[in-house]
Design a protein around this ligand. Structure first.
Ligand code: CA
Ligand code: CA
Length: 83
């Protein structure tokens, strides 16, 4: 799945669990970020998840994710929801 195809699906407004799994979102993450528990991730819920992964990947907390930070497993997890 690439960045564009994920957003084509988001054009519909939501991601269901199957689409989320394809984007590397685990079942426990899905239920954590599905705040309204409607069984889908809407754009706000999805971006909350992306921001959470960004924060974890930004190990030195400088507000950016460097090439070195992207090379970590946390960086890989961030890329997984953006590709
Ligand atoms: Ca939801
Ligand atoms: Ca950083």
């Amino acid at each position: 799945m690439n960045y564009l195809s994920l957003f084509e699906q988001m054009g519909r407004g939501t991601l269901d669990p199957k689409e989320s799994a394809a984007a590397g979102i685990t079942a426990s993450e899905f239920s954590k970020f599905d705040v309204d528990k409607d069984g889908t991730l809407d754009k706000a819920e999805y971006w909350a998840l992306v921001r959470a992964r960004f924060k974890v990947a930004d190990r030195d907390h400088d507000g950016t994710v460097s090439t070195q930070e992207l090379a970590t497993s946390e960086g890989g997890a961030l890329l997984a929801v953006l590709q």
